[in-house]
Design a protein around this ligand. Sequence first.
Ligand code: PEP
Ligand code: MN
Length: 368
Amino acid sequence: MKIKPISKWIPNLKRPLVIAGPCSAETREQMMATAKAVVELEDVRIFRAGIWKPRTRPNSFEGVGEKGLQWLKEVKEETGLLVTTEVANAGHVELALKHDIDILWIGARTTVNPFSVQEIADALKGTNIPVMVKNPINADLALWIGALERLSLAGIDKLVAIHRGFSTAEKTDYRNIPLWRIPIELKRRLPELPIICDPSHITGDRNRVNLVCQKAMDVDMDGLMVETHPQPDEAWSDAAQQVTPTMLGEILKSLKLKTEFSHDRSFDQELNDLRSQIDRIDSELMENLHMRFNIVERIGDLKMKNNVTALQVHRMDEMIKKVSDLAKSMGLRGQFAHELYHVIHEESVKIQTEMMRSFLKKDTKDSE
Ligand code: PEP
Ligand code: MN
């Protein structure tokens, strides 16, 4: 995938790149008040506002529509900030382009639908406008990458990913559970793709936005998109999670930035040393597992000769309990040992059932 570095299309880029602005455009006054306040914060380079809002239930506020695009244009002219809004279909794209919106974003509810993403990609052909793609609401990395690929194939190379957390049926402390391993895996697969974190939709709670901003910096994300409103409690959508411009300023000031590489040589040395210890332990772990599975095969042989099934539930329960207790006594999490041994035990059973199957095949061949 061809991705143009963000520094090539946003001048004087610094980390973090901050996108601020309300969940929804409500009135011209609200937009101007927010924009004039956030432009004072040095890191804020892009102003966001939703014009068309995907809402869970009908008859809630669904956005001001086209007139909001005019307000975004005014924000751009008055403050010099770049402006961005969400598009969900070809009609939105056409209107956003007509009003000179600088950057578009695709929302989480749209990324899940390849038909919609393709419709947007087709409408964008020949423009090369920057596009930010939020993760799909479900934890499906392939779907997220697929959406980026559709845009890339349409000739868009100014691409950005936005991590906004994932919907889950479980009750958690988050509005959308972050599952950091997913954006981290995205970064591993597409290292040149900038990733921005949206702590507002992850937490759903303005008092915890700062924690997720810091975590995003700790995992080396490139920027933050923070919903900001002059009177958050009065907001027409997502009231609980929006911060005031003053709060945003405080959050940004409090961030501790780390770099991926340190220039301190003794740090590098110590890190390399610790990493080689980890590598050694990992190879010992593998050797031990290899030995364990050799024994599993010998047990498999014995079971076959005595006509015994591969899986014996009581043995599995006993073994998993034993290792969980051992792990706990060493100060490890019992649950961790439990999950790990489920996987190891599953592999053992697989090895033995596989042995039995090939034995049966051989047996029928011999008797033919
Ligand atoms: C938004 O940014 O206001 C929005 C609707 O976000 P998401 O697509 O992440 O739900
Ligand atoms: Mn919102």
